[in-house]
Design a protein around this ligand. Sequence first.
Ligand code: ADP
Ligand code: ZN
Length: 526
Amino acid sequence: MTSALSPAMDVLNRVFGYPDFRGSQRDIIEHVIGGGDALVLMPTGGGKSLCYQIPALVRAGTGVVISPLIALMQDQVDALRTLGVNAGFINSTQDMSQRRAVEEDFVNGELDLLYVAPEGLGVHNTQRLLDRGKISLFAIDEAHCVSQWGHDFRPDYLGLSMLHERWPDVPRIALTATATSATRAEIATRLRLDDARHFTQSFDRPNIQYRIVPKNEPRRQLLSLLRAEHAGDSGIVYCLSRASVDKTAEFLSDNGIPALPYHAGLDARVRAANQSRFLREEGLVMVATIAFGMGIDKPDVRFVAHLDLPKSVEGYYQETGRAGRDGQPSTAWLAYGLQDVVQQRKMIESSDGDMAFRRNAAQHLDAMLALCETVSCRRAELLAYFGQPGGGACGNCDTCLAPPESWDGTVPAQKLLSTVLRLQRERGQKFGAGQSIDILLGKQTDKVTQFRHDELKVFGIGKDLRDQEWRGVVRKLLASGYLAVEGEYGTLALTDRSTEVLRGDTKVMMRREAPQQKTKPGRTTK
Ligand code: ADP
Ligand code: ZN
């Protein structure tokens, strides 16, 4: 038998100890061993690393891996070394003597794999160093970082087009877990991968159940979820701010769920300790900002919960993709509310980026909102976003399991837009969602009296809906672009498209929100 084994299969069995390839690994690996260029799109956990590690071991010379994840290089290299692979890395965290030793190994042809940071390659020294050794292949990891319109652009990646000019005969393999078809095309162009074969593995993660719920009391809602469905499970909870990470971790711990915080504001040693506990121990919940998770390989993460809205569908997919790598049933749960939309729009508007940057960020946010507000299958929407349309209903997401009733919200939408319009036209004023809703509900608050908003024609015309429902109307209008949020205070403003609704040219279909679960009004979650 052994004599018939391909070199790739031999390395897979002997070095990595796996019996068989997964998905398209075999095709990709054979193609690169044969000297071809490849552009690989594979979901997180799909097994991208082997796609370049095995060819690097089979081909003569050193495989040079370009990765932006400097913090992970040491771990990756250590893991390879325990398998008997000669791996090394060069980056800014090293001192001179460590670096010299790695360089020497490379030049002497003693390295199978060399990890470098993209900024290193721009440096003449590194380029000259690479000329002194023999390179078997270039692997460009996280290749979507080259896309200026992606969500994770890194300018240093643009320089990587020079690999092809300087080493035209060395095969290149670019890998990413996140790229729409437009981004894929951009990667190919910018990296000069003109003749690369494209390998695209399905983005579907059938064992992950996607659920998106309206946010009321996020920590209480999370606690109910964990108690009801994930007692004793490992999981990750993402929050936007460091303060919210700390509070949530404390809240869970106080309620008997072992939880650790992780964010950039913590001491590096604490962070490392928390991370390694999460990886080693069972049943720990990691509460983190999105700083946590890149390259984390824990197979039995049973849930990923978001307490704040991700900035893009790409980010959402990447973060939720950390659940269920072992293929077992897992939950991706997101709570989102109006405040998220207001906050993120504010962040975009007050960012230092230019117009193009802001427009791009706004488009990413809009796509995320559309996913939240959809009345059809979440998975189908998600896959369509990544260029795999026509999936049909999946049967394993919240909208499939409990189809949301939709209702015609055109009249309420018109009432809300009229309120914004009247405030602007009659008073020259702009207010946030809260005040507009108070006006519609006919509430005599201090602010209503102060601004004489009870004299407006629209005062009290929206008593047929509850406050929660009005918030849903605002969210839907924001998600669909019929309404905008502006400025430091998150005030509401009409858009070019508002008239479509006001004139009755468009119907506004709304998700009926499940009645709130017995939460006590006014009760805060610590
Ligand atoms: P990605 O980079 O695509 O997120 P990794 O390369 O980190 O994924 O692989 C994810 C996990 O799957 C790792 O634990 C890896 O060892 C494992 N793996 C990859 N290929 C195989 C295989 N053919 N058989 C068994 N396990 C595999
Ligand atoms: Zn579905």
